[in-house]
Ligand binder design. Structure first.
Ligand code: BEZ
Length: 391
């Protein structure tokens, strides 16, 4: 080898080593609820996220260090933990966030500090609407995205009078508004709306008694985590299901806790962006890998964590190494994964994805999901988002 060729080879190796050294350690601040009514959701998203890093990160040339913080699904706690992760721990990227209230509370801090955030649950419409940010990429769903299509779906299926139920905070209010607007536009009538105190309601009896005599044909409800388990069980034990069929977004009877709800969950028709029974090759591989690792079937929360990790790894593989380059690369993520084809809308940084309407039926190992319809991908309106450009 001539001296010139040897020197060129040495420079190339040095450059490759430098690039690898730069990309070597990506510090990820994982902000999730590990206590409170959404604790199980946090654990599930973390399990999916770790599986995603293991599955896609091996050949990325990077190592990922996870710093995990408990938001308790409380906006002030989530804000304090975000400040710690950004200012004290100096994370390169944040992921997680389950509650729409926490997302609203931390939005200005991540945007101001220019730290990319991959939202792995919280559906707050404003975060990809009037409060959008080039530092926020949502890989989960928006509150409107899941509930808007159900307005027309119910009317098309002969349900025209409902009572709605939701916890009284941003997610409950936004989901019921999106559903209600679409339902009324399609010719439906909202007979009554119940917003129950979030994280505080254990007895739904008094609200259910009112719904029973309201003249409605059905109930449309959003609850998640331990509130969903309690609501669905009490709905059944009050004998409501026969008189007033129950509908809602599928957080109500998620795969994560449908086993705890048992027969009480059967016959509830709901909509989600992911159920473990979706029939495609990527989902079969994901279900097998997640079940082997976690010991149970994956839920929508698991896939959101898994896809958040995949988006992060893809961003790193495209050459991103720091806060600014990660923020630029994350919205360009697109893949064919367990939930079908997904991509990020550049106008809002919200995910675009198919929605599945399904019935919960008895299966050999407990309740399972029978997909009734796959609704086409519907892009959210920009809702006042004026996406700033990164400098
Ligand atoms: C939310 O607060 O955005 C949310 C929480 C649990 C499930 C779905 C949405």
């Amino acid at each position: 080898m001539s001296r010139i060729v040897k020197r060129a080879a040495a420079i190339a190796i040095a450059a490759a080593t430098a690039a690898q050294a730069q990309a070597e350690d990506i510090k990820v601040g994982l902000l999730l609820p590990f206590s409170g009514v959404y604790a199980a959701l946090g654990e599930e998203i973390e399990a999916g996220f770790r599986l995603g890093l293991d599955s896609f990160g091996a050949d990325s040339g990077a190592t990922f260090e996870i710093l995990r913080e408990d938001s308790e699904a409380s906006p002030p706690v989530g804000l304090a933990k975000t400040r710690k992760l950004i200012m004290q721990d100096r994370v390169d990227v944040m992921a997680g966030v389950v509650s729409s209230g926490v997302l609203a509370a931390i939005r200005d801090v991540v945007d101001g500090a220019k730290v990319p955030l991959i939202v792995a649950n919280a559906g707050n419409d404003e975060a990809t609407g009037k409060a959008c940010s080039p530092y926020i990429t949502r890989i989960s769903f928006s509150n409107a995205q899941l509930n808007r299509p159900m307005g027309k779906y119910l009317v098309d299926h002969g349900v025209t009078k409902v009572v709605t139920f939701a916890p009284d905070y941003a997610a409950g209010q936004q989901m019921m508004k999106a559903f209600g607007d679409a339902f009324v536009a399609a010719g439906g009538e909202i007979v009554a709306q119940e917003f129950t105190p979030f994280q505080k309601t254990q007895d739904f009896g008094p609200y259910l008694a009112k719904a029973k005599t309201s003249g409605a044909q059905a109930v449309y409800a959003f609850y998640a985590g331990s509130e969903a388990i309690a609501f669905v069980k009490q709905y059944d034990s009050f004998g409501m299901k026969e008189a007033l069929p129950l509908y809602g977004p599928g957080f109500l009877n998620s795969q994560l806790y449908v086993g705890a709800q048992g027969a009480a969950a059967q016959g509830i028709v709901t909509a989600l962006h992911y159920v473990p029974t979706i029939d495609n090759a990527a989902n079969k591989a994901f279900v097998a890998a997640f079940t082997a690792q976690a010991g149970h079937l994956p839920s929508e929360y698991a896939v959101q964590g898994y896809d958040a990790a995949r988006a992060l790894v893809e961003a790193v593989k495209s050459g991103a190494t720091d806060r600014e380059s990660l923020a630029a690369a994350l919205p360009r993520t697109s893949f064919d994964g367990p939930r079908g084809k997904t991509a990020i809308d550049p106008a809002t940084n919200n995910i675009m994805q198919p929605i599945y309407v399904y019935d919960t039926v008895a299966g050999p190992d407990g309740p399972t999901q029978k997909v009734l319809a796959q609704l086409p991908v519907e892009v959210d309106p920009v809702n006042g988002c004026e996406m700033a450009t990164l400098n």
